[in-house]
Design a protein around this ligand. Structure first.
Ligand code: SF4
Length: 398
């Protein structure tokens, strides 16, 4: 299946874009994880992968969204963003995830991407602002992969995302990316009202037919001001997503990304092991996008993000508490413990709405990707190898 996948990538994108992907993301990505591992041995945690919410502005109003989209948009300044990226690059980082809100609403997006040809950026987007002109610019730069979020059928998408015509505009943006031969992915936050439609071979075959190169199934996190807990998956459905992902990896020429399980099928939390952390649109440094508390900002220590994150007592307390309590998601399984860490570290609420603590207090413990006794080891040799050496617990779990 790996050969068929390589052939399809070769046929549907350009050599120059493939080279940027293989070198800036593949080779330099592995090197950044190797440096991360060396730092860990020296007792220092600085993640090789930073996820940056460059703006809180968005045109949609999705149920379950934790971003303050209803308030006037807040965005990171271009100079600040470039300085942040340069600071991480100086320690071997080359891959950055860009989130929002809707990142394509960030006015200086192309100018920022242009300044880092030696990096690779994954942009989480609803696809609504990917015009031919924008896609042509992304193709010219070559160091970007759009990851387009599809959250359900037409009806479900409109209901869930709070606007009419959402799916059609998203699929139009997706089609534009593929027509411009960009390396393009589709992501879904799997929940009760899209599981049966999107966790299917028919949907994946449809994506392959359209030319999509990879899929990322995340599992719905009931957080934020409108958490909609009824949408969250049951444990057997979480395992269903895992089983499905592995089946597709062995039967379809498409990459299936996941960030929740190692090569042995043991759950992990990327923030708890320190392989990734999140920068909010206000510059606050959070464990991950949905844990909206911070003890530090990118402006601390003269804007030396490496020094700030490596020395952060809130982040290290978060990691210690999370890995001590579960291999899964602390905010789902142990909101009480997360509260203790937040209050113990006097971490601030990093939202604009300033209701994150009240939301945390209202949360009921629920299962996450950690299903002890139901571990499903990786079946595909390439994923097994990749996860075994470059995406696992890094000794964080005893
Ligand atoms: S805390 Fe939960 S949502 Fe955040 S990275 Fe960990 S598992 Fe994912």
């Amino acid at each position: 299946m790996v050969l068929a996948l390589v052939q399809r990538m070769w046929r549907t994108t350009d050599t120059r874009l493939l080279w940027k992907f293989v070198y800036n993301f593949g080779y330099k990505g592995v090197r950044s994880v190797q440096r991360f591992k060396r730092r860990l041995k020296q007792g220092q945690t600085f993640p090789p992968f930073l996820y940056i919410s460059i703006t809180s502005g968005c045109n949609l109003r999705c149920r379950g969204c934790w971003v303050d989209v209803d308030r006037p948009a807040v965005s990171l300044g271009l100079d600040e963003l470039n300085h942040l990226i340069e600071g991480a690059k100086a320690h071997g980082n080359s891959f950055f995830g860009l989130l929002g809100g809707e990142p394509f609403l960030y006015p200086d997006l192309i100018r920022m991407l242009e300044q880092h040809p030696d990096c690779y950026f994954q942009i989480f987007t609803n696809g609504h602002f990917i015009t031919d002109e924008m896609a042509a610019e992304l193709h010219r730069l070559g160091n970007v992969t759009p990851l387009v979020s599809v959250e359900g059928t037409e009806l479900i998408s409109d209901q869930r995302r709070g606007r009419p015509g959402v799916l059609n505009r998203t699929l139009a943006g997706l089609e534009t990316c593929l027509r411009h031969r960009l390396i393009t992915g589709v992501t879904t936050s799997v929940c009760q009202n899209n599981y049966d439609d999107l966790v299917t071979e028919a949907w994946v075959d449809e994506l392959i037919r359209r030319g999509v190169h990879y899929v990322w199934y995340t599992t719905y996190r009931p957080v934020g001001p409108d958490p909609a807990p009824e949408l969250a998956l049951r444990p057997e459905q979480m395992l269903g997503v895992r089983r499905f992902a592995m089946k597709i990896r062995n039967t379809r020429p498409i990459v299936v990304v996941d960030a929740y399980w190692d090569d042995q099928g043991r759950a992990l939390c990327p923030a708890a092991v320190g392989i990734s952390h999140h920068i909010s649109p206000t510059g606050d440094i959070e464990p991950c996008p949905i844990v909206q508390f911070a003890g530090d900002s990118i402006r601390d220590n003269g804007s030396d993000v490496f020094k700030t994150i490596s020395a952060s007592s809130f982040l290290s307390s978060f990691r210690a508490a999370a890995t001590g309590a579960t291999r899964g998601c602390i905010i789902l399984e142990r909101p009480d413990l997360l509260r203790t860490v937040v209050e113990g570290q006097a971490a601030r609420d990093s939202t604009l709405r300033q209701t994150a603590l009240a939301e945390l207090l209202a949360m009921q413990p629920r299962p996450s990707q950690h299903c002890p006794g139901h571990e499903l080891p990786e079946q595909n040799w390439l994923y097994r190898l990749t996860k075994k050496y470059w995406f696992f617990g890094f000794g964080a779990y005893s």
